[in-house]
Design a protein around this ligand. Structure first.
Ligand code: ZN
Length: 701
């Protein structure tokens, strides 16, 4: 599920500018003079952004200069804390701009982004490659034991120091030059990798001229394929591509075994054809550079370097966790294979089940066993009811109260605003919801901050949070009715929102969702567990016309369908996560052959031929283009942690257990990144996380 969370890495700094026109009315120049400090959307105009960015960078650069020009010896207050508190104008404009660039985009916004992004990168470099600044931070860090710092101060200093060091601040001049070179070569190799995947994906077209070949496909799938063919100038034909939305339905519903095979093979051999879009050599180059970079920065392997900054910390703990789930997943997949083979034989198809048969027979089995019809469920998932369901849940768990606010500044008419109060009526924060699709909005769902929580001069600045979705828009006849996936998404994103809302940190960098990437999905995934609990559904799953609660029989179907085909799903996912880890624990790239490496990696874990690793190396974009290198494990990791956390409620016999909820709030949600995630977690759970709860949830145990 592509549920993302936007965290603004700020990213700030530098560059002077004389372009500032006389914009005394630019709303970003001062603290927002609005109720609860929300952005004054009614006053913000596009022409305000660039000058505010420029001014924000200039201001922060001046603040940095004040720190580095200080002749007093470095103290936490005159260096670390000042760095943390710097760049307020830049933060104000960045948070608004990058949010609206995802929800209210147009050419002008894109142009501003293109212009400002390289400047922000340079500004950021000017801070983290500033030698005088690093020298002061390093002095503090080296003497941190004698500084009598609070836990939060200590954590902030460590985080800052680490950020400098990971950017190469500790290297000699010669090494710094080498690092810059590696970074440059890496980014162009990674870019090339992505371009090759895109080109290869776009190059493949399978036109069908005879409708008989499409037997079994649902009408809307055929329509989409016909439309695609028409767009390519072949009216009356059907076009399939290696985009998942195009070929997966064929694998699922298409009777034509030959076509299924052809499409799956086209998908899984992308960028492995020896043509100019082949990625094997690109991977060799990327791995060579990554190994070099990690070793330059003092680590054994790329994974050691990357994981040092996460909850997992080491390759060993990642392997430990993945392997503990792998065995059960593979065993389960083998059982599923048997069931599907039997179904295929009954179907009159001779021979062995193959990878291109799995989806098809799994779909048949699903219909036979669960017969879950989404359309039957939707009337019970009216958007407003589901949102109220999640609000009520947090009232029950944490005592929170919600007040709908009218006449607040909003950036689009679809946006609604809520005031969130604590049990004692003190302000928790402001919540914006923006749930309907429009052309100017990115796809998917996410949570973000317009302002973040922090404490300064005894004032606790409460955050302004936004939850964005792309749910069906209501019509004159029908309200917005959600699918099961939408319901889960809404709960999930609200889990992120609550992590941001309940924050109680002194420092913004340690506040709310500013945590390690393999920890940030935990509070959101925990929230998903409640949404299918009958006790919670009884509250929100009411028919939009009659107000009647969903019948028990339907609720049971939802519960039962959850474990279907999970051997396959987990095996496909985990084999990719393990392959990623194998690549990034390489310490020597001499004589390295990509496909041989992949083959060995998958043979080692015993992957069965009926299941293909979710991403084969030549198109594994997450790890060779994007930021998920030595990170693909994160999905499973956070799933294990969240299942384990929720198990604490279950074990108590009360999923609304007040004491456990309070613990979860105080020890996790309020704490942000104020300590190591594993320390926070164990403090809440009272033990190390185990995969038992996840295995149970997925029916693997
Ligand atoms: Zn998420």
């Amino acid at each position: 599920m592509k549920k993302l969370i936007f965290i603004f890495l700020i990213t700030t700094i530098m560059v002077s500018c004389n372009t500032t026109n006389n914009q005394s009315e630019n709303p970003f120049y001062t603290e927002f003079n609005t109720p609860y400090g929300v952005p004054p959307f009614d006053k913000i105009k596009k022409e305000h952004y660039l000058p505010a960015f420029e001014k924000g960078m200039q201001e922060q650069q001046e603040e940095i200069n004040t720190i580095t020009n200080n002749t007093d010896k470095p103290t936490f207050a005159n260096t670390s804390e000042r760095l943390e508190r710097s760049g307020k104008t830049l933060l104000r404009v960045s948070n608004v701009f990058f949010n609206l660039q995802s929800t209210l985009a147009d050419e002008e916004m894109d142009k501003i982004a293109q212009e400002i992004t390289p400047k922000l990168t340079a500004h950021n470099d000017n801070i983290y490659l500033n030698e005088k600044l690093f020298e002061r931070i390093k002095k503090l860090y080296d003497n941190r034991k004698s500084l009598k710092l609070s836990d939060e101060q200590n954590r902030l200093l460590e985080k800052q120091y680490k950020q400098f060091v990971r950017s190469g601040a500790n290297l000699t001049e010669e090494q710094k030059a080498e690092l810059r070179n590696i970074n440059k070569e890496l980014s162009s190799a990674e870019l090339l990798f992505g371009q090759n995947v895109l080109a290869e994906t776009n190059n493949y077209q399978k036109f069908i001229t005879n409708e008989k070949e499409l037997a079994g496909l649902p009408k809307d799938v055929k329509q989409a394929a016909a439309e695609l063919a028409r767009e390519s100038g072949k009216k009356g034909q059907w076009l399939f591509t290696t985009q998942k939305t195009s070929f997966i339905p064929v694998l699922q519903y298409g009777k034509n075994r030959k076509l299924r095979k052809e499409l799956l093979m086209a998908y899984t051999t992308r960028c492995n054809h020896g043509n100019p879009n082949d990625n094997k050599e690109v991977i060799q180059k990327i791995m060579k550079l990554r190994v070099k970079k990690a070793q330059l920065l003092g680590f054994n392997s790329p994974a050691d370097f990357i994981l040092d900054d996460t909850m997992a910390k080491t390759p060993k703990s990642v392997y430990g966790l993945l392997n503990s789930v792998w065995k059960s997943a593979l065993e389960r997949a083998k059982k599923e294979r048997k069931e599907l083979q039997a179904l295929m034989t009954t179907d009159g198809v001779e021979g062995k089940l193959e990878a291109w048969d799995w989806w098809y027979y799994a779909e048949k089995l699903r219909m036979k066993k669960y017969n879950l019809n989404e359309e039957e469920l939707r009337p019970y998932f009216k958007l407003e009811n589901v949102r109220k369901g999640v609000f009520d849940l947090t009232t029950r768990l944490y005592g929170l109260k919600y007040q709908k606010m009218e006449n607040m500044p909003i950036y689009h008419p679809d946006v609604e605003v809520f005031k969130v109060l604590d049990a004692d009526n003190s302000l928790i924060g402001i919540l914006y919801t923006d749930y309907f699709p429009r052309a100017s909005k990115n796809v998917g769902a996410w949570m973000s901050n317009f302002t973040e929580q922090y404490i300064e001069n005894d004032s606790n600045y409460r955050p302004v949070i936004v939850n964005v979705g792309n749910f069906t828009k209501p019509t004159a006849e029908k309200p917005s009715l959600l699918t099961m996936d939408d319901v889960e998404t809404l709960f999930h994103e609200y889990g992120h929102a609550i992590h941001g809302l309940l924050a109680q940190s002194t420092y913004r960098s340690l506040s709310g969702t500013n945590v390690a990437r393999d920890f940030v999905e935990m509070p959101s995934q925990v929230m998903e567990y409640w949404c299918w609990e009958p006790e919670v559904m009884k509250n929100y799953a009411r028919h939009y016309k009659t107000g009647k609660v969903m019948p028990q029989e339907l609720m049971d179907k939802i519960t039962n369908a959850g474990t279907f085909n999970q051997g396959f799903v987990m095996t496909e996912l985990l084999s990719a996560a393990l392959l990623d880890m194998d690549f990034h624990t390489i310490t020597d790239t001499t004589g390295f052959d990509v496909m041989e490496f992949e083959e060995k990696s998958l043979a080692k874990i015993g992957l069965i031929p009926e299941i293909i690793v979710r991403y084969r190396s030549p198109f594994f974009k997450h790890i060779f283009e994007g930021g998920y290198s030595a990170g693909y494990y994160g999905y499973t990791w956070s799933e294990v942690i969240s299942a384990d956390a929720y198990a604490k409620f279950k074990e108590s016999g009360d999923i609304f257990n007040k004491k456990i909820a309070t613990d979860f709030r105080k020890k996790i949600l309020e704490r942000g990144d104020s300590d190591e995630p594993m320390t926070l977690y164990k403090d809440f759970r009272g033990a190390d996380p185990t995969p038992d709860a996840l295995l149970k949830k997925r029916g693997l145990k």
